[in-house]
Design a protein around this ligand. Structure first.
Ligand SMILES: Nc1ncnc2c1ncn2[C@@H]1O[C@H](COP(=O)(O)OP(=O)(O)OP(=O)(O)O)[C@@H](O)[C@H]1O
Ligand SMILES: [Mg+2]
Length: 446
C-alpha cells in the first residue's frame, strides 16, 4: 500500500496560510500608504486654501486702505481691520503647518516678512491719513514699496501653492501605486489559493484512494479468514459427527458383547441353579433358601445387564419404535427419580438416525434434570408437523444461566451437534429459578 508522502500532504495548508498572510500584509501596507497619502493630500489642500485666503485678505486689506485714503470715510476701515485680523490668524495657522517642513518653511518665512512689511506700510499710511498729514500719506502711497511687497507676496504664495500641488501629485501617485500593488497582490494570492485548493483536492483524492485500497485489502483478509473459519468449522463438525458415530458403534458393540457373552453366562448360571434346586428338592431348607436367593441375585444381574444394554443401545427403538422407547425411558426415569413425569407423544414416521438423535436428546435432558434441576415436574412432548417433528423436555427446576456453561460440559453441546447434523435446530431456554426448556425441531429425514 502506498501512502502520500508527508511533504505533499503538508504543502497545501501552509500554502493557504502563507497566501492569506501575504494578502493581509499587502492589504495592510496598501491601506497605510493610502491613508498617509490621503492625509498629505488633505493637508496640502488646506495649505493651498490658506495661502489663497491670505492673498485674498491682503487684497481686501489693500482695497480697504485705498478706499479710506482716497475718501477719508471711516467705513472703509471696517473691512480693512477685519482683513488685518484674519491675516494674523492665517499667518499663525500657516506657521504651524510649515514648522514640520524646513525647506518650505524658508519660502514661508520670506512670505511672512513681505506680508509684515506690506502690513506696516499700510498701517503707516492709514495712521498718517487719520492724523490729516496729507503730504506724508500721499508720499507713502506714491513710493513703490507697497507694490514691491505685494509682488513678492504673490510670488512666494505661488511658490508655496506649487509645492503643495507637487505634494498632492506625489500623494496621488502613491495612492495609484498602492492600488496597483493591492491589485497584483490579490491576483497573486487568488492564484496561490487556487493552487492550494488544487493540491488539497489532489491530496484528498489520494487519501480516498489509499483508504479504498486499505478497505479492499481488509475485506480480502476478512473474506479469507471467514473462509478459513468456515472450513475449520465444517471439518470440526465432520470430526464430531464421526466421533459420535464411532461412539454409537462402540456402544452397540459393547451392548452386543454384554448381551451375547454375559447374557449367556447368566442364563447358564440360572439353568444350573434350577437344576440344583430340582436335585436338592426339599432335603435341606437352608440350601433351598440359598438357591432361591442365588436365583434372585441372578435375576437382578440379568435385569441390570438389560438396563445397561438398553442404555448403551436402545434396542427398543428398532423393536418397538420411537414413541414406545420414549415412553419406556420416561417411565423408568420417573420410577428411578420419583419425579412427576407428563408425556405427550404423537406418532411420527422418523428415520433411524433422527430417532436416535431424539432419543439421546431426551435421555441427556433427563440425566441433566436428575443431576442439577431439583425439579418436581417434567413434561416431555413429541409433536408431528408433517415434514418435521419437535421434541421438547421442560422442567420446573432451578434453571441456569445459559451464557455461563463450563467448557468441560459436553452434554448440551453434543445434543446441539447431533440435532444440527440431522438438519435441525436446538433451543435451550432457561433462567435461574424458572426451570429449563430444551426443544429441537428436526426434519423427519435429514
Ligand atoms: N435441566 C437443568 N437444570 C439446571 N441446570 C442445568 C440443566 N441442564 C443443564 N444444566 C446446567 O448446564 C450445564 C451444562 O450441561 P451439560 O449437559 O452440557 O454438561 P454436564 O451435564 O455438566 O456435563 P456432561 O453432560 O458433559 O456430563 C450443567 O453443568 C448444568 O449446570
Ligand atoms: Mg449433561
Amino acid at each position: 500500500m502506498r501512502w502520500p508522502s508527508i511533504p505533499k500532504m503538508a504543502i497545501s495548508l501552509p500554502l493557504a496560510v502563507l497566501a492569506a498572510c501575504a494578502l493581509v500584509g499587502i492589504n495592510e501596507t496598501g491601506y497605510n500608504q493610502s491613508m498617509h497619502a490621503v492625509q498629505s493630500i488633505s493637508e496640502a489642500q488646506q495649505i493651498r486654501a490658506n495661502v489663497n485666503k491670505l492673498l485674498q485678505y491682503m487684497l481686501d486689506a489693500e482695497t480697504g486702505q485705498r478706499g479710506y485714503l482716497l475718501t477719508g470715510d471711516p467705513r472703509y476701515l471696517e473691512p480693512y481691520d477685519l482683513a488685518m485680523n484674519d491675516i494674523s490668524k492665517n499667518l499663525d495657522a500657516l506657521r504651524q503647518f510649515y514648522a514640520a517642513y524646513p525647506q518650505e518653511n524658508a519660502v514661508f518665512s520670506t512670505l511672512a516678512q513681505s506680508v509684515s512689511r506690506k502690513l506696516s506700510e499700510m498701517d503707516v499710511s492709514v495712521r498718517l491719513r487719520k492724523k490729516g498729514n496729507e503730504d506724508a500719506w500721499k508720499f507713502v502711497l506714491t513710493t513703490d514699496v507697497g507694490k514691491e511687497q505685494m509682488d513678492l507676496i504673490r510670488e512666494q504664495s505661488t511658490k508655496l501653492i506649487a509645492i503643495s500641488s507637487q505634494k498632492m501629485e506625489l500623494s496621488q501617485e502613491q495612492i495609484a501605486k498602492s492600488l496597483q500593488l493591492s491589485r497584483i497582490g490579490i491576483a497573486m494570492v487568488a492564484m496561490a489559493g487556487l493552487l492550494a485548493f488544487y493540491l488539497y483536492l489532489r491530496q484528498s483524492n489520494a487519501l480516498r484512494l489509499a483508504a479504498q485500497q486499505q478497505q479492499q485489502a481488509l475485506q480480502q483478509e476478512r473474506d479469507l479468514l471467514g473462509k478459513l473459519v468456515r472450513e475449520r468449522t465444517a471439518s470440526l463438525a465432520e470430526l464430531a459427527t464421526h466421533l459420535q458415530q464411532v461412539r454409537e458403534q462402540e456402544r452397540g458393540h459393547l451392548a452386543r458383547e454384554l448381551h451375547d457373552e454375559l447374557g449367556a453366562l447368566l442364563t447358564a448360571a440360572k439353568l444350573d441353579v434350577a437344576r440344583l434346586k430340582s436335585r436338592v428338592g426339599g432335603e435341606s431348607v437352608d440350601v433351598t433358601q440359598r438357591l432361591m436367593h442365588l436365583n434372585d441375585t441372578l435375576n437382578s444381574g440379568i435385569a441390570l445387564k438389560r438396563r445397561i444394554i438398553e442404555d448403551l443401545r436402545p434396542s427398543s427403538l428398532a423393536n418397538l419404535g420411537l414413541v414406545a422407547s420414549l415412553e419406556i425411558l420416561a417411565r423408568e426415569f420417573g420410577e428411578r427419580s420419583g419425579l412427576d413425569i407428563t408425556t405427550s407423544f404423537e406418532a411420527a414416521d422418523v428415520d433411524e438416525a433422527t430417532q436416535l438423535t431424539i432419543y439421546r436428546l431426551v435421555q441427556e435432558s433427563l440425566t441433566n434434570i436428575a443431576k442439577y434441576a431439583q425439579a418436581r415436574q417434567v413434561e416431555i412432548t413429541l409433536l408431528n408437523y408433517g415434514t418435521y417433528v419437535t421434541v421438547s423436555v421442560r422442567d420446573d427446576g432451578q434453571g441456569f444461566d445459559t451464557t455461563r456453561i463450563r467448557p468441560a460440559s459436553h452434554g448440551l453441546a453434543g445434543m446441539r451437534h447431533r440435532v444440527e447434523a440431522s438438519g435441525g435446530r436446538l433451543s435451550v431456554a432457561s433462567s435461574e429459578g424458572r426451570g429449563t426448556h430444551v426443544s429441537a425441531t428436526l426434519p423427519k429425514s435429514p
